[in-house]
Design a protein around this ligand. Structure first.
Ligand code: NAI
Ligand code: MG
Length: 355
């Protein structure tokens, strides 16, 4: 039976549409090659340009328009002229929150040794998956600003760690570790954060009892940062809070080839709502419209989408093709020292993927 998947395209701003176009080419090539898969696309114009014309980042009923898709494929959102907190909050965070995409999956995988700033680290040393809590924690937006501008000024920013939110992300990570037959590392900071992270650690210990087959480690976030640079081979699957995950995955991107290769999936594991797949980079206004944006991070997002559809074979194939293309220096975009355009990389990629 043919698997039919409906994909909502949100190309967004700047280089977003340029890199999403290449990802769509890859999806169409997969559809051609695999008679059991069929994709339909619908594109949405939401983003900063839309905001400047309509005074809002997306339609008022935007979430219900997106609700029935199998996946959302996002480019990047944000552009000079619209404050970043508006573009981020009113579109991306609205989707992540509204669709309960509480898992943020960010692979950190070195595909080519020359890409890492770390001395003497081989591809096998840097291969981890960060499972970041994506719905609460330090990014809950709770707090207060008292006596603004007065000498008594006080600012409170509250971290919110619910039992439900903490347990479900840790359980998800244990399941993933078990599925992959890999170890799980929890990253927290209980010595300093005497409520939230003591709670996090205790939930981790509690859930661990259900997974005696999974090898575990637990690090403080400062030590984990050091280990990520000194001994990245220590890590397989990593589970951590919203803020720590945000910071650790930027560090992860840095040791594995930079923004040109970093991807992230915002997942609603229950599949009540669609999940969203996006490159980690932004809209890169400095190179937008020049046709030189690197499409490989956006293409890696397609691999994560395939995994989510249960098409892991294609997921693996996309990642190994990225690995293959990384060996051909001159055929890469300028950020990786090549001379190719965005579309040329996409075309070359499809040739390698389908040959
Ligand atoms: P950025 O990621 O857009 O750019 C940082 C630097 O990396 C720039 O020099 C850019 O040219 C380069 N770069 C990024 N992606 C690239 C690619 N695919 N190929 C080649 N070079 C690439 O981050 P920046 O400049 O801080 O933000 C620009 C806008 O993007 C802002 O409005 C920001 O809010 C938004 N943004 C959106 C994100 C999202 O949609 N998830 C994430 C990060 C930023
Ligand atoms: Mg970030």
């Amino acid at each position: 039976m043919v698997k039919e998947k409906r994909i909502a395209l949100l190309p967004g701003d700047g280089i977003g549409p340029e890199v999403v176009a290449e990802g769509v080419k890859v999806l169409k090539a997969i559809e051609q090659k695999d008679k059991n898969l069929s994709f339909t696309f619908e594109q949405f114009p939401w983003g900063c340009e839309y905001y400047l014309q309509n005074g809002k980042m997306m339609d008022d009923d935007g979430l219900s328009q997106l609700q029935h898709f199998d996946a959302i494929y996002l480019g990047a959102v944000g552009y000079p002229g619209v404050p970043d907190h508006v573009s981020l909050r009113d579109l991306l965070l609205k989707i992540r929150k509204g669709f309960d995409q509480y898992v943020n999956l960010r692979p950190v995988k070195l595909l080519n040794e020359r890409l890492s700033p770390l001395k003497g680290k081989a591809a096998k040393d840097i291969d981890l998956l960060v499972v970041r809590e994506n719905s609460e924690g330090e990014y809950s937006g709770e707090g207060n600003w008292l006596y603004k501008g007065e000498p008594e000024e006080v600012v409170l920013q509250t971290g919110v760690f619910s039992r439900k939110g903490t347990e479900r992300i840790i359980r998800y990570a244990f399941e993933e570790a078990r599925r992959q037959g890999k170890s799980l590392t929890s990253v927290s900071k209980a010595n300093a954060l005497n409520y939230s992270m003591v709670f996090w650690d205790s939930v981790f210990e509690e859930v661990k009892r259900d997974y005696p087959d999974v090898e575990t480690a637990s690090y403080l976030v400062d030590a984990a940062s050091m280990f990520l640079v000194m001994n990245p081979e220590r890590f397989d699957i990593v589970v951590t809070s919203n803020l720590f995950g945000d910071i650790l995955t930027d560090l992860g991107a840095a040791i594995a080839g930079g923004l040109g290769l970093a991807t992230g999936a915002n997942v609603n594991p229950e599949r009540t709502y669609p999940s969203m797949f996006e490159p980690v980079h932004g809209s890169a206004p400095d190179i937008a419209g020049k046709g030189i944006a690197n499409p490989l991070a956006a293409i890696w997002s397609v691999a994560q989408m395939m995994d989510h559809f249960g098409e892991e074979e294609w997921g693996r194939k996309i990642v190994s093709t990225i690995q293959q293309i990384m060996d051909e220096d001159e055929k890469l975009t300028p950020d990786f020292g090549g001379e190719a355009t965005t579309a040329e990389v996409g075309d070359r990629f499809i040739k390698l993927l389908t040959s």
